[in-house]
Structures are given as structure tokens and as C-alpha cells.
Design a protein around this ligand. Structure first.
Ligand code: TEU
Ligand code: CA
Length: 581
């Protein structure tokens, strides 16, 4: 993007098409379904839609395994309908950002079909092929696999990161499922083919890309073994493919080949698991011409032991503030943050960071206010604007996600855990929590489909649904409208500096946003008890907190306006956005 101002004021809405709206009764969301909801998105007030993959795909990982980058899977519709969606968004002043999945393709992509056909095929080197090694060297024995894998890395979806191919007697690397072979970005033909495809989409009118695991594309080409942790079946390969040696070179080349010559307002966001603040500054510094912003993962790893989503633990608010505050500070001068509580890979925000019981609506609103008042571009994941919650699934057969299914199999067969243990451990953070259908109304299947939905609808759709909220001024939906409108109206929300307050308070999230002529104080109560905020005790320079907050104006709150309530007292899950008087 040439000028960053527009995306600093923008809010992005993520659509996971499979679960958004089904138009033809096959139980799977589709493009006509999305088109039928464009006025809903306009009403919400978002500026950009990020569409998760709709490309031709065997659907092994719900479309993140692509077999044709230049077509739409018949499951979702046609190229023609994608054109209609693009036009419909543009007509309403919104933009369309496509998912770009180029760390890997499907194993059914013609590139891989050719690559696997023989060792001397011209596309052999487009993927990571390696001969078997001596089983003894692999330290075989415990891990499932042949023991001859080229190294000991595990896949993100359980099992080894290598698959043996009979035809040529070699293994190929797959960081994700074995139907998602990793592309070899060392090969310049691969890079040229990707850039050509990106240009093709931009020429068709799309407004940018969300780049799937883009910081995995440069790997340590020696592909070495990695130490195997206690109780682990495989080595952790991430040190050898996260933020690898040629990352900045590749992104700068992509920028030159795809974005540099273009005018207009485009958006690029790199999904970057494991990215550090230091690297993110480099990725997002406009002067370096790489990407506009990145998705970092630190705040969504705090409620797990050693970042292992299958070993959930309680989140500490102090750690959440420390982490998000560090990202705010780190990208204050150079670069730009993206802001999110959830997406199609994460648990539902209100269940994870709020209270999805008694205080569901209040806490969903409070979370929206806290996130959107940070400095950065906020992302809303479909259903978050309704306060949709995690799903309670029963048996493993109720799940659909390859990650969950593979983990359950591995944990029960190779790690000796019982079915009940595994089900309990995976409940809070599994990805299917966020993939149940959007709850449009209280009718059968929540108005998502007239057929049988591909994954169960959350039974709470009878009271949590869009129809009940769009015209209710006190709904979670209406609150999201207000928060989004506030960013559009107030330059301090998009451009103000950020200062974290009360870092040691276990219940209150507090910060200021400032421009020379405006200061906002933002307070969020992350508890079900009353909290009294004492800014005098704040462990920050006094100069950061202007005096006179008692006469401040309440710009936004999630409780009914009440003149009697003291300004610095917070009721359960209360949010206050105050403007200095
Ligand atoms: O996710 C990459 C990623 O690192 C995750 O958040 C992923 O869910 C996690 O590794 C699993 O524990 C992206 C996509 O968002 C995800 O849906 C895909 O499955 C994945 O890449 C592969 O394309
Ligand atoms: Ca459908």
C-alpha cells in the first residue's frame, strides 16, 4: 500500500466462508450466501472483508490446501460470483482481501503432481524432496513413522513432517498435513509463479492479501534435526523455518514484483506464528516495503503450558497486558500492529478472555472496546460481533478439524491418554470452537442453512443470533457498530500514542491514547467484581496521566449511562472510554 493512513483508520472483518451463510442447502456456506449478507456488513461499518480461502481445494484443511489458485471451488461458487462479491463490496465502499496460501499447495495441485512424478521432472525442485536416511541415525523407536524420515520434525497436525512417496522412493516435507506439501521458495521459478498469480488477482480487482504462515517460507536448507522435548514424539522444527534467513529478501522481492507499481489502497497482512517484535518492526516498516502489518501470536499463547494448545492454563491479565503493551511499544515508532482476539484458528473471544456465562454481553462489549482502542488495525472474526461463544462438542466424531482429529488419534494411540482425557484437554482451545455456523436467527440451524450443516450449530443460537441484535441498540452488535464508528470519527483512536497504565493490576486493563489536543483514558474490568481504579498508584510517570479525570466525558461505555456512578469505579466487566476534560 502506498499511503498507510487509510488502513490505520480501517476495521477488517474476517469471513470463514464454510461457516458464514449457505445459499443452496448443501450445509456449507458459499459465495451467494456472503453476497446476501453485504448489507449486514455495511451496517456493522467495517471497511475491509478478509475472505478465508475459496479456491479449488480437496478441503483436507478446509481450503488451506489449494489445488488451483486461479479458480473458485464449486463448493463455494464460481469466479463469476466472486466478481459479484467484489463488486458488491466495492459498491458499498468496502474492500476485499483474499487469503494467500503459498507456503504450501495441495498435494493435488498440478505443480505437486508433476513434482512427484519423477526425480528429473522440471518441477521436482519446487518442493522439498529428500532421500530416506538410515533408520538408526533417526533414533527410531518411539515416534510413529518409518524412522527413515530425513529429519525428526513433527507436523503441526501430528505425525512426522515428512511423507514417503513410493514412486520415487523419497520423502517430501509438509509442515502441516501430508496433503499440504511445502513449496521450495529457494527456487526462483516458484517465486515467479506465485507473484504472477498474485498480480492476476490484483488485476481482477481484489484489494490485497492475508498471507498464510508467510514467515515459514524461508527455511534453513540443511533441514537439521531438532532436540526432542520431554514427552514429545518429534523434534520442534520451528527454529529452522520461522523467520528464516531469506524472509526479508523474499518479501521485498514480492513487493517489487507485485505491489510496487500499483496505485490505490491495498492491504497486506502477514500471518506470522512465532514472530518477535524485533522482526515485526522490520517486516512492517513502510520504508522497507515488505508488508503493511503482521498477525503475531504471543497473546494467544498465554493460556497454554509452553505454547501447547492441548495443555490449557488460566490466563493472567498481567501477562496479557505485558504482552500486548510490549507490541504497542515495539511498533510505536516504526511499523504497525494488527489487533485481534480471535479468528478461525482460535477459541471464541468471549469464552477465552471474557465470561461467556452471566456476563457474556458485557464482557463481549468490554473486549471489543479494549481491543479496538489499541493502536493498530482491528480484525473482527465472524460472529464475534454477536458475542458468539465456544461450542460444547460431545464425542470426537462431532469434530471436523484435521488438527483435532489427528491429535486425538495420536494422543490416544501413541501417548497413552484416554479418550476422556484428550477430549477434556482439547475442549477450550480447539479450532472447531470458532467454526460453528454464524447464528443468523433462532430458526432451525440458526438460519445458516436449510439443509444439514457440515458442523453442528451451537444450541445457544436460540438466544444469541443476529436477528435479535441488529435493531437492538443495547446489543453486542450495536456496540461493535459504535466502537467501529469511534475509530472512524476520532483521530486519537487511529493515530494517538499508547501508554499502558496499572501493569500490575490483576483485574483492570488501563491505558491512555493521546494526540496533542486529545487524550482518551480506556478502562476495562476483566472481572465479575467491582473494581476501584486508583490512577495515583499507577506505576507510570505522573505526566502520562493528566489531572482532572473526574470531570472527564464518557465517550463510550457498556453500561447504561448513569450520572451517579463514580467515573473511576468499574462494575463487573465494565468498559469506560473517557475523554480528558
Ligand atoms: O494457520 C497457521 C498457524 O500457525 C495456526 O494458527 C494453526 O492453526 C496452528 O499451527 C495449529 O496449531 C494457518 C491457517 O490460518 C490455518 O487455518 C491453516 O490450517 C494453516 O495455516 C495451514 O495453512
Ligand atoms: Ca452451499
Amino acid at each position: 500500500a502506498t499511503s498507510s493512513d487509510w488502513f490505520q483508520r480501517a476495521v477488517v472483518y474476517q469471513i470463514y466462508p464454510r461457516s458464514f451463510a449457505d445459499s443452496n442447502g448443501d450445509g456449507i456456506g458459499d459465495l451467494p450466501g456472503i453476497i446476501s449478507k453485504l448489507d449486514y456488513l455495511k451496517r456493522l461499518g467495517v471497511d475491509v472483508v478478509w475472505l478465508s480461502p475459496i479456491y479449488t481445494s480437496p478441503q483436507d484443511d478446509n481450503g488451506y490446501d489449494i489445488s488451483d489458485y486461479r479458480n473458485v471451488d464449486p463448493l463455494f461458487g464460481t469466479l463469476e460470483q466472486l466478481r459479484d462479491l467484489t463488486d458488491g463490496l466495492h459498491a458499498r465502499g468496502m474492500k476485499l482481501v483474499m487469503d494467500l496460501v503459498v507456503n504450501h499447495t495441495s498435494d493435488e495441485h498440478p505443480w505437486f503432481v508433476e513434482s512427484r512424478s519423477s526425480k528429473d521432472n522440471p518441477k521436482r525442485d519446487w518442493y522439498w524432496w529428500r532421500p530416506p536416511r538410515e533408520a538408526a541415525a533417526a533414533g527410531a523407536g518411539s515416534a510413529p513413522g518409518t524412522g527413515s524420515e530425513p529429519n525428526n520434525w513433527g507436523s503441526a497436525f501430528s505425525g512426522p513432517a515428512w511423507e514417503f512417496d513410493q514412486a520415487t522412493g523419497e520423502y517430501y516435507l509438509h509442515i502441516f498435513s501430508k496433503k499440504q506439501p511445502d513449496l521450495n521458495w529457494e527456487n526462483p521459478e516458484v517465486r515467479a509463479a506465485v507473484y504472477e498469480m498474485m498480480n492476476w488477482w490484483l488485476d481482477r480487482g481484489v484489494d490485497g492479501f492475508r498471507m498464510d504462515v508467510i514467515n515459514f517460507i524461508s527455511k534453513d536448507t540443511s533441514l537439521p534435526d531438532s532436540p526432542r522435548g520431554d514427552g514429545k514424539l518429534y523434534g520442534d522444527g520451528t527454529p529452522f523455518y520461522i523467520d528464516g534467513p531469506r524472509m526479508h529478501e523474499f518479501l521485498q522481492e514480492m513487493h517489487r514484483e507485485v505491489f510496487a507499481g500499483r496505485t490505490g489502497e491495498l492491504l497486506t497482512v502477514g500471518e506470522m506464528p512465532g514472530v518477535t517484535v524485533e522482526e515485526a518492526v522490520l517486516y512492517t516498516d513502510p520504508a522497507r516495503a515488505e508488508v503493511d502489518m503482521v498477525f503475531q501470536f504471543e497473546h494467544v499463547a498465554l493460556d497454554q503450558e509452553e505454547g501447547d494448545k492441548w495443555r490449557p492454563k488460566k490466563l493472567l491479565l498481567t501477562e496479557l497486558k505485558q504482552t500486548l503493551g510490549r507490541w504497542q511499544d515495539g511498533l510505536a515508532e516504526r511499523g504497525w500492529n494488527s489487533l485481534y482476539w480471535g479468528n478461525h484458528d482460535q477459541a471464541r473471544a468471549v469464552s477465552r478472555f471474557g465470561d461467556d456465562g452471566t456476563y457474556r454481553e458485557l464482557s463481549a462489549k468490554m473486549l471489543a472496546g479494549i481491543l479496538h482502542l489499541h493502536r493498530g488495525t482491528p480484525y473482527v472474526y465472524q460472529g464475534e460481533e454477536l458475542g458468539m461463544t465456544n461450542m460444547t462438542f460431545g464425542a470426537i466424531s462431532d469434530y471436523r478439524d484435521i488438527e483435532v482429529l489427528n491429535h486425538h488419534r495420536e494422543a490416544t494411540t501413541h501417548l497413552g491418554h484416554t479418550d476422556a482425557e484428550v477430549l477434556a484437554a482439547l475442549a477450550p482451545l480447539n479450532r472447531d470452537n470458532a467454526r460453528t455456523p454464524v447464528q443468523w436467527d433462532a430458526s432451525r440451524h440458526a438460519g445458516f442453512t436449510t439443509g444439514a450443516p457440515w458442523i453442528a450449530v451451537n444450541p445457544n443460537a436460540n438466544h444469541i443470533n443476529a436477528a435479535a441484535q441488529v435493531d437492538d441498540p443495547d446489543s453486542v452488535f450495536s456496540f461493535y457498530r459504535k466502537v467501529i464508528a469511534l475509530r472512524h470519527a476520532e483521530p486519537v483512536v487511529s493515530h494517538g500514542t499508547f501508554t499502558m497504565l496499572l501493569p500490575d493490576d490483576p483485574h483492570v486493563y488501563a491505558f491512555t491514547r493521546s494526540l496533542p489536543d486529545t487524550t482518551f483514558l480506556v478502562l476495562g474490568n476483566f472481572s465479575g467484581q467491582d473494581q476501584k481504579v486508583t490512577l495515583d498508584d499507577a506505576d507510570v510517570a505522573v505526566g502520562d496521566v493528566p489531572a482532572g479525570w473526574d470531570s472527564a466525558e464518557l465517550v463510550l461505555g457498556n453500561y447504561p449511562a448513569d450520572a451517579a456512578a463514580p467515573l473511576l469505579h468499574l462494575r463487573p466487566w465494565e468498559l469506560k472510554v473517557l475523554r480528558a476534560g
